[in-house]
Ligand binder design. Sequence first.
Ligand SMILES: [Zn+2]
Length: 342
Amino acid sequence: MTYIPNYVFEGEPAIGETMQVAPGIHWLRMPLPFKLDHINLWLLEDGDEWVIVDTGICTDDCKAAWETLFQGTMGGRPVNRVVVTHFHPDHAGLAGWLTERFNVPLIMPLTEWTFGRMLSLDGQEVSLDVYKKFYHRAGFTPELMDTVTRRMGGYKKAVSTIPAALQRIEDGSEIIIGGKSWRMIVGRGHSPEHACLYCDEADVLISGDQVLPKISPNVSVWPQEPDGQPLQLYIQSIEHLRQQIPGDPLILPSHNWPFKGLHARLDDLDAHHVERLDDTVEALFEPSTGVEVLYRLFKRELDEHQTFFAIGETLAHLHQLVMDGRAVRSVRDDGVYIFTLT
Ligand SMILES: [Zn+2]
């Protein structure tokens, strides 16, 4: 059965405006320069001050939207903290810009901060060989390989700075905002140590990218951890959320619209990956490279940005099949990995 999200609100806030979704909790949208063209961020009232949750990507459009908010809805009231769910540029892109502007701390999981800080400082010459080796093993053609070089340093361009210091949060950490306790629930698989923020009293879950209503969160193998098993981590994180949140909170996701029905969505995401693993088995009707499997799984046209997510996701499913004993990986003479059903 196809999952249909149970959206709670009609419409959405315009860029530079906000919509209150629960007492003291405000929804705002920022533009993204991708096919997925927006991200949702959250403003939490903390007495007469604000706590910002996620920041938007570092573009002039996002900065302009913030300026409108500072003058408008935020009414000149100060920001006292910036919380970032994970290191991805649409979430952490303006962390430096915002924390410097208000001279406030960044609150973030340590691994997410470390990863973002590392990518924002990493020199291209240090990592290019590692990236090229990874995508060569995945079966990239010389033409595709050119895009690897072109995309190097992309993270740096999409973030202002990742601040040099942070206040760490981890699974089970509680922070008080507006007199209410928000508990962090860590999710893995989409990013190393993604923070979801749950307020039992308000019955609200800020789910970041870990649980989305419409698209399934990207779960990818990346060059930094070429033998990673992100799908296993993601499935475990679904179970962790199930156990941590027995009820039916309002879910505030980073993309699309706020919704209800957490457990139905978690079940659906589980089922989606079981199905996707079966599709991957079907696509392995003969020994194949990662790229060959990618083109059988993703039949639609993919732009350059999407191709990188698609190969990462394909490898995540292939690695899971290997872990489950349904496939094996071998190395061809040219160094490319070949996956074969057992
Ligand atoms: Zn993300």
